[in-house]
Design a protein around this ligand. Structure first.
Ligand code: PEP
Ligand code: MG
Length: 326
């Protein structure tokens, strides 16, 4: 079975009616790149750069970051690599970075882009390293946990400053590195029409988006059973994000766990996603499903489930649909 799936590597993730989907990998450390390539990924859809900061020792310097980013870009040989800026805080505690700041509601607190905007020096060093690495391959920069236009404008301003500094120092970088944001906060999804005008791509982070939409702390065993990707609240947000992005002509990826969930894959196709990013091991399986369905069929499934009221019904219907078809 594994070998059958691995033969998928040479084939494109193309639906029966010819829509080409980009299947990319999520990575946390550069040692995963071999697996990315051997599983036929079209690139890296999410490099969680915070794992560089988790490693022992000091906070990585601009030069150290540059080395890692450039190596990854070189190893990918021109395939796109989306690197997300530091997503610290919440469930990702790195005391040497946040200074051990303790908060009552870390998931609603000082994390991700909020931290970066506060610790501007750290964010600027990372952006310098990212831009400098851009000459080694095809880089895309992505910002985590953006909740609205104010944060996006602020971080784009910092990016502009960093570019001006590099130009003044005559340090080379690619001027046209695409810049995108994670959509993982409901307010970002609901205002995605506004945000889409300012960025080159979206990537939906369902791990957080589900948690924040249903108000479920997955770590809390009393409520974890309510954490449900097929909640109509979540599906409606995904639909809205894709529609708003496509109106502005920008592509939408998904890099949360849901993107690698075979049960969800036809629904996601029908909702119009352009790119799925997941653990590289999941790629051949999702590719096989994509290659055996048409967008029309997927849209029909979406049409049916979006009329339902309970995630239990969506789940039951989709499970039966997938069992019959695949
Ligand atoms: C997500 O929230 O879906 C996501 C991909 O980000 P992370 O899991 O790193 O929070
Ligand atoms: Mg997230």
């Amino acid at each position: 079975m594994e070998s059958e799936l691995l033969t998928m590597n040479q084939l494109p993730a193309e639906t029966k009616d010819g829509k080409l989907i980009h299947l990319k990998a999520n990575i946390e450390v550069k040692e995963e790149v071999d697996s990315v390539l051997s599983h036929g990924a079209d690139g890296i859809g999410l490099f969680r750069s915070e794992f560089l900061f988790f490693r022992s020792g000091d906070i990585p310097s601009e030069e150290e970051q540059l080395e890692t980013y450039s190596q990854i870009l070189e190893m990918l040989k021109g395939k796109p690599v989306t690197i997300r800026t530091l997503d610290v805080g919440g469930d990702k505690l790195i005391p040497k970075v946040t200074g051990g700041y303790e908060e009552k509601n870390p998931l609603l607190g000082w994390r991700a882009i909020r931290f970066g905007l506060h610790e501007k020096k750290l964010l600027k060093a990372q952006l310098r390293a990212l831009l400098r690495s851009s000459i080694f391959g095809t880089l895309r920069i992505m910002f985590p946990m953006v909740s609205g236009i104010e944060e996006l404008d602020a971080v784009l301003e910092i990016l502009k400053e960093v570019k001006e500094e590099l130009r003044a120092e005559k340090i080379s970088f690619k001027e046209d590195v695409p810049v995108g944001i994670m959509i993982e906060v409901p307010s970002a999804a609901l205002t995605s029409d506004i945000l889409a005008k300012k960025v080159d791509f979206f990537s939906i982070g369902t791990n957080d988006l589900i948690q924040y939409t249903i108000a479920i702390d997955r770590g809390n065993e009393k409520v974890a059973h309510m954490y449900e990707p097929f909640h109509l609240g979540v599906l409606r947000l995904v639909k809205l994000v894709v529609e708003n992005a496509h109106k502005e002509g920008i592509p939408v990826s998904m890099c949360g766990e849901m993107a690698g969930d075979a049960l969800a894959s036809v629904i996601l196709l029908g909702l119009g996603l352009d790119e799925f990013s997941m653990s590289s091991f999941g790629i051949p399986r999702i590719k096989k499903i994509i290659r055996s369905v048409s967008i029309l069929e997927a849209q029909e499934l979406v049409g049916t489930i979006m009329e339902m009221k309970s995630f239990k019904d969506v789940d039951k219907y989709t499970t039966a649909y997938m069992e019959e078809k695949f």
